[in-house]
Design a protein around this ligand. Sequence first.
Ligand SMILES: [Zn+2]
Length: 46
Amino acid sequence: MTEEIELDEQNKVYFSCKTCGYLFEEDPELMPIRCPQCDSEDTERM
Ligand SMILES: [Zn+2]
């Protein structure tokens, strides 16, 4: 028997920036989430 286990060690999830629409992965514990492209904090978890 084999099991496929997804190793999400860093627990990253997708966020989208409401300012520029950029989609990126970030750790949700690192609040506030800032857009790496335009540095806006107006981001939304996908
Ligand atoms: Zn942005």
